[in-house]
Write a protein that binds this ligand. Sequence first.
Ligand SMILES: [Zn+2]
Ligand SMILES: [Zn+2]
Ligand SMILES: [Zn+2]
Length: 182
Amino acid sequence: MSSEQALRTHEAHVRVARDADFWRERLHAADLRVTDQRLLVLDILDAHPHSDAAFVTAEAQSRSRQGAKSPLTLQGTHVILQQLFVAGLLRRVDLPGTRSARYETRVGDNHHHVECVVCGRIEDVDCVLGEAPCLTPSQTHGMQILEADIVFRGVCAECAAAFDEQPRDLAEAQGFTSPVTP
Ligand SMILES: [Zn+2]
Ligand SMILES: [Zn+2]
Ligand SMILES: [Zn+2]
């Protein structure tokens, strides 16, 4: 493991305070101009990982002074997210069954995601092996395997509790036949 990798792994596990100076340095290192909009997108995603462009845009609006023009348009957010993703400052997450791509600032590790199928909540799960591919397929068909896209799907504790209160309604609404908790 190189020192750069070690640093990234350390950052991923110990949530260091990431202020504007941290992101300014990252943007410089990636040869991207430091703009208020880019800093804003990074700050929002740091606080709200796995958000899509619509959420980031709405959050930017809600953070701006009342009556002030929003610092981001949806189209502008899309462009910035793509630039930061290409530069390696963001990770893009495409979850099965969701239409919009999510983004997060936790990059450089091979972490996976667990998604609640009822409320859509998404959390990080550390990779046991720490690097891709973390699964060996039973058959490679002659391909060199680069990565395994793993998403754990389940029901979160809150939704499981709601199941207990009104199991039939929720189960029917979500198309489930059996709740997870016994
Ligand atoms: Zn849930
Ligand atoms: Zn994540
Ligand atoms: Zn893994």
